[in-house]
Design a binder for this molecule. Structure first.
Ligand code: CU
Length: 446
């Protein structure tokens, strides 16, 4: 091949590439009329001037972390100052189920850090653990030396020391923070929390009435043990929303017609969680990389939240009721003690189980008809553990545990914002025994 033909060919290819790029650009322009191209990241150098510190209820509508808390802050010379104290915490996952975990400010997980784009923030981290630690700010644009990876970006914070992290938020969205030193141990013990950054000026058509924050997590706490086991790789037995396992989770209370946002973050060690909402569809509107253009938001009833990610969904709560919201992996809506017992489906154990208990105290087999009946038997379980499933509901036993909560939508809410109790269904709208007349009318033979 001559050099001239080579040149011609390269020129042709280059031309095709240019045309392609132009087409892509024009398509992007159509898809994103706001002109969003590449929002600049940032890793230091002269910082963009911070905006005046934004105030809740004046500049933004605060979020709510059901079962958790929002970190307090104060303003010092135009900077929002936060203080996280990493320490051992006696944490209650659900009534009668506690463990000594690691958390921040007496909480597991740590409080949600909430701020507004343009806010300058200073976060002091005090280490009251027995081990060195760091904090990484997942998804946040900040100077490299503030990124918190132990050994890489800073030396670890020794027990007793207090470090200062500082940056200006240059983006909005849903992010997370967590230990980035001996992650396997420290994250399994609970050292994590959520970060919410509101836009400085939220467009009117993106504003919501309720803004919930939920961190998904998984733990191994051997029944009777007093601490989580960070060595577990596969068999997690406590699946949590904001570190609470059902029936310990706190419901999401909404008024009929509310525009609702749910920010889900996942820092589970080994699992992704498909979170399913009953009664509605929602739109996936954002990830930890930012908000999706309207044309890229898609309707779903289940959103997969990969570990190390956030997914934000929005919907209009226009259907009153008690709607379940849970991980759709069935082993993630159970609590402890469910996974190492023999499969007894269809086997009538008769007296066998009682006899086995003489030899192996506490011996327990799966019920002949599954786990559901076991939950309600009030069987003897080791101290400091919770049955596999359940809590009493308005009709019967709710045979779920773990990563399960309830979205309670009501026309009228208690003035004090408390739990409105169980939903009262309009007459004739609850599934119940079919009458003989109904069966005869519809030609159903049973
Ligand atoms: Cu799950």
């Amino acid at each position: 091949m001559s050099s001239s033909s080579l040149t011609r060919r390269s020129a042709l290819l280059a031309g095709a590439g240019l045309a392609g790029a132009a087409m892509l650009q024009s398509r992007e322009a159509t898809a994103a009329p706001s002109g969003r191209g590449w929002d600049r990241s940032y890793s230091g150098g002269p910082d963009r001037a911070a905006s005046p510190p934004a105030e809740p209820d004046r500049d933004y509508r605060p979020t709510m972390t059901p079962g958790g808390a929002t970190a307090p802050w104060k303003v010092v010379d135009g900077v929002k100052v936060y203080h996280l104290v990493a320490e051992e915490v006696e944490h209650e996952f659900a009534p009668d189920m506690k463990a000594r975990c690691w958390g921040y400010n007496g909480r597991v997980h740590g409080p949600t850090i909430e701020a507004v784009e343009g806010d300058r923030v200073r976060v002091y981290v005090t280490n009251r653990l027995s081990a060195p630690t760091t904090v990484h700010w997942h998804g946040i644009f900040l100077p490299n030396g503030m990124d918190g990876v132990g050994g890489l970006n800073q030396r670890a914070i020794a027990p007793g020391e207090t470090f200062r992290y500082e940056w200006t938020f240059r983006q909005s969205g849903t992010f997370m923070y967590h230990s980035h030193h001996d992650e396997m141990t420290q994250m399994a013990m609970g050292l994590m929390g959520m970060i919410v950054v509101h836009p400085r000026k939220e467009p009117a058509d993106e504003q919501v009435d309720r803004d919930f924050v939920i961190m998904l997590g998984e733990w191994k706490v051997v029944p009777g043990a007093s601490k989580p086991d960070p060595n577990e790789m596969t068999d997690f037995n406590l699946l949590t929303m904001n570190a609470k396992a059902f029936p310990g989770t706190v419901p999401l209370v909404c008024k009929t017609g509310d525009r609702v946002r749910i920010r889900l973050g996942n820092l589970s060690a080994m699992d992704h969680h498909p979170i399913h909402l009953h009664g509605y569809y929602f739109k996936v509107v954002a990830t930890d990389g930012g908000r999706l253009p309207r044309s890229a938001q898609w309707p779903e009833t289940t959103v997969l939240v990969p570990t190390g990610s956030t997914r934000t969904v929005e919907f209009v709560a226009d259907a009153p009721g008690d709607w379940a919201m849970h991980c759709h992996m069935t082993h993630h809506v159970m609590n402890q003690m469910g996974h190492e017992i023999p499969n007894m489906i269809g086997v009538d154990m008769g007296q066998t189980e009682k006899k086995a208990r003489h030899v192996v105290p506490g011996y327990m087999a799966m019920g002949k008809d599954g786990m559901g009946d076991m939950a309600q038997m009030g069987m003897a379980i080791p101290d400091n553990s919770i049955p596999m499933v359940g809590a009493r509901g308005p009709f019967d036993y709710i045979t779920m545990g773990g990563m399960f909560t309830i979205v309670k939508v009501r026309d009228e809410l208690p003035a004090d914002g408390s739990d409105p109790g169980w939903y009262v269904n309009p007459p004739g709208t609850v599934a119940d025994t079919a009458t003989t007349d109904e069966l005869r009318r519809d030609g159903i033979v049973v």
